[in-house]
Design a protein around this ligand. Structure first.
Ligand SMILES: Nc1ncnc2c1ncn2[C@@H]1O[C@H](COP(=O)(O)OP(=O)(O)O)[C@@H](O)[C@H]1O
Ligand SMILES: [Mg+2]
Length: 377
C-alpha cells in the first residue's frame, strides 16, 4: 500500500481579484474595456508529502492560504499549476454551510452524508444513535438544519465526520466554534483518532492545540512553506516572525502609549496559607512599545523585576482581536514573592516602565490575605 496520504506537487493557486467593479450602466460603459483585475498568488509552488497516520497542523497568519490549501486537498478547489494526490477515504470539516442540506433535518442529513461516504443503510442505522449522542443535539436532531446555531451545526458536522470511517480528516478552525465542553470533547476525539491510524490535517488558531495534538506543523508565509517540522520549533519561528513583521510595519514613534497588565495569579482577595515557599505571582502585559521593564511592588515597595516569558495564548488572542502581533515578544511575566515575614492584608502591584524608567502602565492592585503565618519579628 502507498504510505503517502496526501501529496502536493509543485502546486500553485491564484485568485483573480477584480476591483472597481462597475455597478451602474454608465460605469460599465465607461469601463467596458478596462478589466481592472489583478492575479493574487495565494499559494506558490507548494510541495508537501503527508504520510498515512500523521497529524499535521497548518499555521500562518490570516489570509496566508490555510483554508485554500485544505479546500484544494479536499478537491473543492483546483490548482492552477501542479497537482494534489490523495490516497484514502477523505472527509473534510471546512466552512460552516457546506455539506448539509438546510431544509432537511439533522437526522436526514446524517443519512445523506453517511450514504455519500458509502455506508450502507444498516451501517448508518447502527451508528445513528452514536452520532446523535455525540452531537448532543437531543430532540433537535429532528429539526431542519437551517434552524441550528453555528455551534449546533458544527457539533453535527463533527459527529458525522468521525463516524464515516474516513482515513483522512481535514479540519478547518472547527474547534473555535461551540462551547468549551464540546471543544474538549472534540479534542479528546481527535487525540483518539490520531492514536489510531488516521491522517489528520488541521488548521487551528490555538497554538496550544497544535502543540498538544500534532506531530508536525507546516507554516505558510507569503504563499510558500516557510517551515515544516516539529510543532514547537515551527511555532517559535512563526511567533518571532509575526512580532518582527509587526515591529517593522510600525513607522515612526508611537503617538500614545497603550497597554494592559493582567494578573493570572493570585486572584483578588486570595487567602494565602502556606508562605514557606515564595508566592508565585504571574500574568501577562501587552503594550504598543518594545523594551519595557515590569516591576513588582509589595505594599507600594519595589521588590523585584518580573521575569518575562512567552505566552502564545495571549499573543494569539491579541492577534485575532487587533489583527497584529503585540510588540512584546514575551508578554507573559512571573515573579516569586517571599511572604514568610508577612501576615494579614497586603497589596501587590505591577508597573510597566519604558527605557527611560518612566512609568507607562500601572495596574489595579491585587490584594491578598495571609493567614496562619507565624510572624517572626
Ligand atoms: N474564492 C476566493 N476568491 C478570491 N480570493 C480568495 C478566495 N478564497 C480566498 N481568497 C484569498 O486568498 C487568500 C488566502 O485565503 P485563505 O486561504 O482563506 O487564508 P487563511 O485560511 O490562511 O486565513 C486571502 O488573501 C483571500 O482573500
Ligand atoms: Mg482560514
Amino acid at each position: 500500500m502507498n504510505d503517502i496520504a496526501i501529496q502536493v506537487i509543485q502546486m500553485s493557486k491564484n485568485f483573480k481579484r477584480i476591483f472597481d467593479k462597475p455597478n451602474t450602466l454608465k460605469e460599465r460603459l465607461i469601463f467596458w474595456n478596462k478589466s481592472k483585475s489583478e492575479v493574487h498568488h495565494v499559494l506558490k509552488n507548494i510541495n508537501i508529502n503527508i504520510q498515512h497516520g500523521e497529524t499535521v497542523a497548518l499555521i500562518g497568519s490570516n489570509g496566508s492560504g490555510k483554508s485554500t490549501l485544505l479546500k484544494l486537498m479536499s478537491k473543492i478547489l483546483y490548482p492552477n499549476q501542479g497537482s494534489i494526490i490523495t490516497n484514502g477515504k477523505l472527509t473534510s470539516l471546512l466552512e460552516l454551510g457546506a455539506g448539509f442540506h438546510p431544509d432537511f433535518t439533522g437526522r436526514e442529513n446524517i443519512y445523506f452524508n453517511a450514504a455519500i461516504f458509502g455506508l450502507s443503510k444498516k451501517q448508518i442505522e447502527n451508528r445513528m444513535e452514536d452520532i446523535i449522542a455525540f452531537s448532543e443535539l437531543g430532540e433537535f436532531i429532528d429539526n431542519p438544519v437551517r434552524t441550528y446555531s453555528s455551534g449546533m451545526y458544527m457539533r453535527l458536522a463533527f459527529s458525522v465526520a468521525i463516524n464515516v470511517d474516513a482515513e483522512i480528516l481535514l479540519i478547518d478552525e472547527i474547534l473555535a466554534v461551540g462551547d468549551q465542553h464540546f471543544q474538549d470533547k472534540c479534542f479528546s476525539k481527535l487525540v483518539e483518532l490520531r492514536d489510531s491510524d488516521k491522517t489528520i490535517v488541521i488548521v487551528s488558531h490555538s497554538l496550544d492545540t497544535v502543540r498538544r495534538l500534532c506531530g508536525r506543523a507546516i507554516w505558510l508565509y507569503n504563499g510558500e512553506v516557510a517551515m515544516d517540522g516539529d510543532p514547537a520549533d515551527v511555532i517559535d519561528h512563526y511567533l518571532d516572525k509575526m512580532i518582527e513583521d509587526h515591529d517593522s510595519s510600525q513607522t515612526g514613534p508611537v503617538e500614545k502609549v497603550e497597554g494592559q497588565i493582567h494578573f493570572d495569579e493570585p486572584l483578588m482577595n486570595e487567602i494565602v496559607v502556606d508562605v514557606s515557599e515564595p508566592l508565585m505571582v504571574r500574568g501577562w502585559a501587552l503594550c504598543n512599545i518594545a523594551n519595557t521593564t515590569l516591576k513588582i511592588y509589595l505594599d507600594g515597595m519595589e521588590i523585584a523585576t518580573a521575569m518575562r516569558e512567552r505566552r502564545p495564548d495571549v499573543l494569539m488572542t491579541y492577534h485575532d482581536m487587533y489583527g497584529g502581533a503585540a510588540p512584546n515578544a514575551k508578554c507573559g511575566w512571573y515573579c516569586p514573592v517571599k511572604l514568610n515575614n508577612y501576615t494579614g492584608l497586603h497589596s501587590i502591584d505591577a508597573i510597566l516602565y519604558n527605557n527611560f524608567d518612566q512609568k507607562i502602565i500601572t495596574q489595579d492592585r491585587i490584594q491578598i490575605k495571609i493567614e496562619g503565618n507565624q510572624v517572626i519579628s
